[in-house]
Ligand binder design. Structure first.
Ligand code: ACO
Length: 364
């Protein structure tokens, strides 16, 4: 009997120089850097440079001006954002606009794709609220301009640094589901736009990048710390999964959760309003971990990146419906780098299935 590896668990499908997820030790290494060292120090542009290095011959030392110009190029597509598209889920609207970009191979194509999620998310959120889109300022750092394009006003330095910490933290993560999808598309020699769209579509679901919105719903419904245990027990009794907990690879705490919690703590020192929310989240986290340990003693289920993503993006003023768009704004550079790596050295990805349907019928 042929063994099927459900969910491809344990299958090694690529060699990569980009990132290493050590699930037993709870370590994420991005091209030789521990994620917690990179987040909080590097800007998004630096992370993009780190990932693109070696995959484009014409990579400049400082990516910031080229990424700024790429935001301006992406903004030209915002004319296609009509009221019907703006009324859709922000993720779907962003993906539809992204599909208009060239399916090319150059560094310029890559940078426009990398810049686009921020530009399209900002424009979509503003149109949804009946406001005119704000054009990019190519002279600003990417994270600061992302927030400015949404708000129509410059963010504080602390807010821009917090968004940088988030985008850097999520920029790449081994062969996660969306990166695998991007590599499959790239392995057919489709262009970078196709690889990014494959990754984008795969990121959307709540078992992957769609979890942080529901984390906010969970915190809002729980409301107070003393309601955490009964609510969580009832959700699990109803067969639900707790969003923001569990991971395919990590058997200990996801190191990105700590990187984001640290970014949140830095932000709260400058922004004020967070302590109550953070205290509720910590109480819910403690209760959830206790309950999961008791109910699933054989399956270590720890906090994953999405739990503190939700809190950080909420603190930065993003509406929960846009959280996955912001995740994509960080992860796109990872998809692009993996697509280039796959094309440089990889074969067509084409696994096999085992047929379990009926045998051919005898012709009458
Ligand atoms: N809450 C409750 N039970 C859970 C959870 C959870 N969050 N996660 C896993 N389990 C349970 C499953 O019900 C299953 O139990 P069973 O063996 O009794 O049926 C067991 O743990 C194993 O679950 P699998 O689905 O086989 O584990 P897998 O490694 O495939 O799942 C996943 C990983 C999808 C992330 C899962 O933990 C989950 O659904 N978490 C909630 C959603 C979430 O937070 N997603 C974001 C992940 S991070 C990211 O992708 C960026």
């Amino acid at each position: 009997m042929v063994q099927v590896s459900a969910g491809l668990e344990g299958v090694i499908a690529a060699a990569t120089v980009l990132s290493d997820v050590d699930g037993q030790a709870g370590r994420l290494t991005l091209r030789g850097w521990a994620v917690e060292d990179l987040a909080g120090r590097a800007r998004f542009e630096d992370a993009a440079h780190l990932l693109f290095d070696g995959f484009f011959d014409d990579l400049p030392t400082d990516l910031a001006p080229a990424l700024g110009a790429a935001r301006v190029r992406a903004f030209a597509e915002v004319v296609a954002l009509d009221t019907a598209l703006a009324a859709r889920d922000p993720y779907d609207a962003m993906r539809a606009l992204l599909a208009r970009l060239p399916d090319g191979e150059t560094l310029h194509d890559a940078l426009v794709l990398a810049a686009a999620p921020a530009v399209f998310t900002a424009a979509t959120l503003r149109c949804r609220d009946g406001q005119a889109p704000v054009a990019p300022d190519p002279a600003l750092p990417h994270a600061a301009d992302f927030l400015r394009m949404i708000r129509g006003a410059a963010p504080t330095e602390g807010e821009a640094r917090a968004l940088d910490a988030y985008l850097v933290t999520v920029c790449d993560h081994g062969l996660n589901a969306s990166t695998f999808a991007a590599r499959v598309a790239a392995s057919t020699r489709a262009g970078l736009g196709s690889a990014v769209l494959a990754g984008l579509s795969t990121l959307k679901g709540p078992l992957h990048g769609g979890a942080p919105g529901p984390v906010i719903d969970m915190l809002d419904t729980i409301g107070t710390a003393d309601n955490a245990v009964p609510w969580l027990e009832a959700a699990l009794d109803a067969g639900e999964r707790l969003m923001g907990f569990g991971h395919r690879i990590y058997r200990v705490r996801d190191p990105r959760a700590d990187a984001l919690k640290a970014a949140l703590a830095r932000l709260s020192r400058t922004a004020g309003a967070l302590p109550g929310r953070l205290a509720l989240a910590e109480a819910v986290e403690r209760a959830a971990l206790d309950i999961l340990r008791r109910r699933k003693p054989d399956r270590p289920l720890e906090t994953n990146v999405e739990f503190y993503t939700a809190l950080l993006l909420e603190a930065l003023g993003f509406p929960p419906q846009a959280f996955t768009c912001v995740f994509a704004a960080g992860r796109t550079v990872g998809w692009i780098a993996h697509a280039r790596e796959q094309q440089a050295g990889g074969k067509l990805i084409r696994p096999q299935s085992v047929y379990v349907g009926p045998r051919p019928r005898a012709a009458a």
